[in-house]
Design a protein around this ligand. Sequence first.
Ligand code: FES
Length: 136
Amino acid sequence: MLRNLLAGTRKSLRYFSSDIISVKWKKRDGSEIVTKGKIGQNILRLAHEYDIELEGACEGVCACSTCHIILEDKVYDNLPEASEDEEDMLDQAFGLTATSRLGCQIKLTKEHNGMLIKIPSATRNFYVDGTFLLYN
Ligand code: FES
């Protein structure tokens, strides 16, 4: 019986550890940080867990562009297409690039392990007060 209990615990731990991936961030000040995220977690929530400056003014309902992130080509190319709402919000983002997405709309997958996320140098927040915020 004890042997079965230990085997079950070991399987649970294996499941838990395979559910966690590593995500590297390049912050506005140029410094980098490595975080651990859970499969299925959205990128905005992961940033907030680690106090990374990714505002998320609309709290993830795709009504602002303050969670704008820049992804590596290989990560961007393998994501599902952005929705029309996400595209509309991205059009408002400061410093839009060909690999820009909204962090609240992207859920972590196993394939994201080791990816690098860049935080743009500024953000535009029309959702709350119409202001343009510039960092650095
Ligand atoms: S937090 Fe507003 S669109 Fe992502």
